[in-house]
Design a protein around this ligand. Sequence first.
Ligand SMILES: Cc1cc2nc3c(=O)[nH]c(=O)nc-3n(C[C@H](O)[C@H](O)[C@H](O)COP(=O)(O)OP(=O)(O)OC[C@H]3O[C@@H](n4cnc5c(N)ncnc54)[C@H](O)[C@@H]3O)c2cc1C
Length: 248
Amino acid sequence: MLPAGVKGQSPLRVQGGALCYGEKMLKVKLLEYTKNPERVVAMAARLCYSPIGAEELSEKLPNETVEKMVKKMLATGHGSTIEHASFTFGVEGVSRALTHQLVRHRIASYDQQSQRYVAEHNFEYITPHTIEKNEAAKEKFDGIMEEIQKKYNELVELGVPKEDARYVLPNAAETKILITMNARSLMHFFNLRCCNRAQWEIRALANKMLEEVKKVAPVLFSKAGASCDAFGYCPEGEFSCGKVKNKF
Ligand SMILES: Cc1cc2nc3c(=O)[nH]c(=O)nc-3n(C[C@H](O)[C@H](O)[C@H](O)COP(=O)(O)OP(=O)(O)OC[C@H]3O[C@@H](n4cnc5c(N)ncnc54)[C@H](O)[C@@H]3O)c2cc1C
């Protein structure tokens, strides 16, 4: 399914070195996560009010109590308890334009494929749908990418190190990144980036990440999503898409 709000955009094909927009290209895999994330959150919540220690508490908590406690933490906004659950994603098939936005989210850990050490002699690139569907624009775009590739290769052949030759590479260049965020930071990320106001590529990524964490922690992420879905109102003021009532 396409991410909500991305009207008229469809999964597209791979063409030459181009990675076209669509779920086919965007690869998001939840690689690792805190074992029993919801139990850990419930344990943290219970510990605050219990005379016994965390280990004993974890063993004693029945599943229904875990669910109740997680729901309570979400409702009360006792955010530190949900920081104990972490999630690590492997992401591929995204542009450097996306990762530049992504790494602005500081409460996270990242490792990204290096253009200093990985040669870009055959770099792949992401083609936005607005370009893909416009024949003339697509021809121009592909031509520019080809030219950049040629110039990059020529610079390297002239003895320019990869770390300097990469200065000619485009925002469209495909990249791979490893992301780790805790549940609290993830929820904030979803509020901002699942929103229709977010740029389409990072929104597609956020929606896919949300889909992945919901599979392993459905209660914890039951209310996660764009601000309007999470809080029932839109904080975007004049930029609101109009899906729900504005906060202001
Ligand atoms: C639709 C949209 C448009 C955007 N447009 C632009 C733009 O034009 N230009 C631009 O530069 N950026 C832009 N951004 C990026 C935005 O300003 C944030 O940098 C990005 O969304 C990360 O959010 P954050 O700082 O809340 O997240 P994180 O860095 O993950 O921080 C999470 C929370 O921790 C707290 N926190 C973190 N660091 C500090 C700190 N140093 N001091 C105090 N509290 C802290 C804050 O409460 C913060 O909300 C845009 C983002 C969106 C969603």
